[in-house]
Design a protein around this ligand. Sequence first.
Ligand SMILES: Nc1ncnc2c1ncn2[C@@H]1O[C@H](COP(=O)(O)OP(=O)(O)OP(=O)(O)O)[C@@H](O)[C@H]1O
Ligand SMILES: [Mg+2]
Length: 265
Amino acid sequence: MNLQPAAVVMDITGVSVRFGHREVLHTVDLRIERGRTVGLVGESGSGKSTLAKAIIGTVPVSAGAISFDGANLAHLDRSRRREFRRRVQLIPQDPYSSLNPRRTVGQTLAEAINPLRPVVRRFEDRITAALEEVSLPPDLINRFPHEFSGGQRQRVAIARALIVEPDVVIADEITSALDVSAQAEVLELIEQLRIKRGITMLFISHNLAVVKQVCDDVAVLYRGDVIESGTAGDVFTNPVNDYTKLLLSSVPGSDRFSLDLASEA
Ligand SMILES: Nc1ncnc2c1ncn2[C@@H]1O[C@H](COP(=O)(O)OP(=O)(O)OP(=O)(O)O)[C@@H](O)[C@H]1O
Ligand SMILES: [Mg+2]
């Protein structure tokens, strides 16, 4: 893994994933360029979370290769794999289950910084700064996940991903469980962080309106195949694939992009 800036930071080529006999991703190609936010859209079950998990290595790929910063992830030694785990952070689809209910926010964030010695006191300044960055008050440090609203929990999950200063953040449906106002707040936060930190992001969503709002590039996943990809401008204004066209054209009214793919599935 070299540190020189490459245009393509994450290069996914011909990746397939099987669960038992069933292949759920079929030779997927996706390139993520540094500093850009790539929207991965597709109806429920199309394989979005599976691709996210394949990237971070929690589901095995059955074919193809994933490279990060020019290095094939399958060939990293232990220390480079550890480094990769820090540099690429997944904000999982369900923060309720991904945040340990028995750990305070402080403990969760301390554990992200140092899993072997998660001492809150030692990292208190960093934790407080991370909470501030996601607009949470510092006194939440001693609170537990069940004491939060959905939006606050999502902010904690975002803070946990950011506190280790990753290069790439994979955000899996981070707004879908939220009501409209909490959703808008989280999107605003993502936008600020993107500008301030220049983070590269894979933004997974089945909501095209949201993707249109935050993404530079878009890839459309349909039953395990990337059927269309390009800049958000191109995909939204000149979709090439019939399925993408159908999705966009089936949106009533002037806001042709405010489509919830899941509801169409
Ligand atoms: N661990 C697993 N074992 C077996 N099948 C799985 C597993 N994880 C996912 N699948 C299947 O793989 C397919 C893709 O699932 P995935 O969770 O990636 O979809 P998704 O696009 O993220 O959907 P959603 O929008 O509902 O989150 C689905 O058919 C799902 O049932
Ligand atoms: Mg999913």
